[in-house]
Design a protein. Sequence first.
Length: 80
Amino acid sequence: KSFNEEWAELWNWIKISIFVCGPVVVFALVKDLVLEEHMHRPEGPLPEYMGIRNKEFPWECGQCDLFDLDCWKKCRAEKA
């Protein structure tokens, strides 16, 4: 194939990619942003099976997650 034929074929594939993949991406964005409700973590304490600890965390309150502020307050109050 000549150089011009190669570029023509390249542009054909670019156009195919844009006209096939573009609408698919737009449809997926619309579906995710408008139609689907994303899940949130439920309020309240976690079920027991989600809080299994094989060993304590390496910080002062070993049973508390790093950003669980309520647990940290309780732990510090117990130690004081």
